[in-house]
Design a protein around this ligand. Sequence first.
Ligand code: SAM
Length: 303
Amino acid sequence: MAIRQDTIWERFLSPVVRLLIDEQSLRRYAESVDWEKESANFRRDDVTIPSYYTSQNFHGIEGGYLNRSAAVSYDPITQYVVPPNETWVRQALIDAIRVQPRRILDLGCGTGSTTLMLKQAFPQAQVIGLDLSPYMLVRAEHKAQSANLDITWRHGNAEKTVFKDASFDLVTASLLFHETPPTVAQAILHESFRLLVEGGQVLILDGNQNTLRQLEWLNDVFEEPYIRDYAAGSLDASMGAAGFAAVQTQDVWWINQVTSGVKPILRENTIKISVGQYAPTTDTTIDNNDLEDFGSPAFGTKA
Ligand SMILES: C[S@@+](CC[C@H](N)C(=O)[O-])C[C@H]1O[C@@H](n2cnc3c(N)ncnc32)[C@H](O)[C@@H]1O
């Protein structure tokens, strides 16, 4: 039987990060929440959990994300593993937005760190964070309440959501793609394409594929089962294969990247808009319990 090599994360970084974390206050928070009751508010029976998701540890989050300990420890760990500064890196995604979104979907939103920033950047927009872990959504909702932000959290699989075609004009994902096998990442891009209006934008923030390829040892640092596949791939190519145009990737502090793509506007519809036949919905209300009935949002680009 092969002897498992401990990762650098397990041997060196995890003990250091654990030293930096205020475990007592985390424990107090964890114990103050009725996790089963609150997660039941999000949990949907029709969501099937894929096997890639439950069989692995992810950078020190033992047992994956389907438990309260992942939801409690994710933010304190992540602040130390997204250099040089977690907020600056997330801000790069916000800065890359080229649309004036009215409906935003953040896929694999986790505890909602990027989702909250999206809502702060576009307070008028309806913002939805979707994740496979109802426990992560509980933490996300607590953060939204503390920040006084009205965000909808949805239990679901980013590969196949329940939303109608063309329901959003911005779809984002941060730190999700390096945690998914290539076929899943491609399925998520296809789903993003389906969910966007024509002219809508997709933005993927994640590890820098060039850097990860050049510094192979970096892939050993974190306990990430799919990061080598992610590093070997090209998000530009994957987005192109999903149908996106104007695809471009920019470096974010060398170790991360943000990749943008736009769902092309069909010529037929361009003509419709130019002759004034296009009638965007003016209804901006949203029933949180019935998101399947989303209409297509109107769409405007920033000057
Ligand atoms: C590394 S965390 C990133 C969380 C958050 N986006 C951030 O930037 O901090 C990855 C998240 O993706 C979620 N996830 C993984 N696969 C998913 C899928 N197929 N559909 C929805 N969420 C998924 C996990 O539950 C986890 O919360």
